[in-house]
Design a protein around this ligand. Sequence first.
Ligand code: CS2
Length: 463
Amino acid sequence: MTRTQTGPQTVRLSRDLPGTPPAPPVRIVHLGLGNFHRAHQAWYTAHASDAADWGIAAFTGRRPDAAVRLAHQDGLYTLLVRGADGDHAEVIGSLAQVHPSTDHDTYLDLLRRRETAIVTITATEAAYLRTGDGHLDVDRSDVVADLQALRTDVTAPVTTLPGRLVAGLAARREAGAGPVTVLSCDNLAHNGAVTATVVLELAELLDSALHAWIGAEVDFADSMVDRITPATTEEVLATVTALTGTTDEAPVPTEPFSEWVVSGRFPAGRPAWESAGVTFVDDVTPYERRKLWLLNGSHSLLAYAASVRGHRTIADAVADPECRGWVEEFWDEACRHLDLPAEELTAYRAALLERYANPGVRHLLAQIAAGGSLKLPLRIVPALLAERAAGRSPVGCATAIAAWVLHLRGVGAPVDDPAADRAEHAAAQGVPDVLDLLHPGLGEDRELVELVASRLAALTPTD
Ligand code: CS2
C-alpha cells in the first residue's frame, strides 16, 4: 500500500512508494471537496472498471483546509466504512489533484481541456442562490459582485457557485474544447434543471452568445445521491490509525450503503460508473422524491424534534419510541404521494431504520439541522401540500414544522442557517409567518396553522 514511514508505528499516505498506482489523468473537475464527495462520487469513480483513466481534480468551497490536508498525502485518503460487523478501511485514489477554490486559474485551465468531460458538484442547497420562486437571486451582493467581475474580465476570480460555473464554461467555449456535462450531486429536486437555471440566468446577463453556447453544448445531468456521511472526528482519526497503521489527516467515515441514480447524456464521455453500481435512468424523479422525502425528510424531522428531547445522534433518536413514532407518521403521509409500489416503499422504510440504527455512524442531529429554511421546502413541504390538497391533516409533517419553530426559538440543536434572521423573526411572530416563509400563502391555511400550533404545544418542554 501507499505509505511512507512517519514514526515507529505509523506511515503516511503517499503516492511515492513503489507499487503505488499513479494519480489517474484528470477528466472530472469537482466543486466541493467535502466528506460526502469523498464517500460517494470519488468512491464510485475509484471502483469503476476504467478507474485508471478517470482522475478527479477537486476544489474546495470557501475553506481551503481539506485541500491542504489532502495535498500532504497526494489526494489519498482512507474511507472508513462502518458496518454492523465492524469497521473496514479502504484507501481511495481517484483524487488526482486537490485545490483551494482560490486556484481559479487552474480551474479555468482544466475546463479549457477537451479531455475534461464532467464537472461534478457537492455544494449544499444554499449554494445555488435561488429566490423563493426558483430563479437566480440577482439582488444578492455576491451575485452582483461576480457579475461585475465577469463583465470586466471573464477570467476574474469569482466566489459563487453559479459564477464559478459560468466562468469555467466561458473558458471552455473560448478554448473550443467542446461539450461537457455538469452533474449536480446535491440534495435538490431536479438538481440538473436547478443548476441549468442559475447558470443560464447568470450567463444571459453577461453575454448572449455564451448563453446560447451553454444552452446548446452543456449537458446538465440530474442525479440522486445517497450515502450517510458524518463529519470526521478525533475518534475516526484514531480508529483509522489503529486499524491501518497509517497516519491520515483526512479520513472519511461513512456507512456501507450507497446509491447513485443518474440521468444525463455525457457528450464528452464518462467513467463506466455502472460497473461500480451506479444506475442510469431516463428520469431520476421517482428516486429523487423517494430519497428526499423519506430519508432527508425524516432526517430533518429528527434533527429538530429529537434534539428537543435531548438526543444528539440519529441512532439515539430512532431508539426513542416517541421519535420513531413521529417518523413513521410522517412516512405514512409522504408515502401516500410517492408513485412507487407499496412493497418497495415498505422495504425502503425498513432499510432506512436499519441504516439509522447503525451505532458506528455517529450522525449528529446538529449537523443535519443546519440550513432548515432551504431543506424543509424540499423535504417536508411537498408531502404536506399533497396531504392538504387531499383534504387530510398531516400530523407528521406538522410535527416537523413545529419542531423547527422550537429550534428557531432556541430549543434543541443550535441555529445555523443562511436565512437565520428571517427564520428566527418568523418563528418569533408565530406559526403563520413560519408557514409563509416555507411556502408563500401557506400561513392562510387556518386548519394547518392550528395543527402546527397544537404540535408546538405538545413538543414544548414543560420545565
Ligand atoms: C442529511 C443528508 O445533513 C443532512 O441534511 O439529511 O446529508 C443525508 O445524510 C444524505 O443526503 C444521505 O444521503
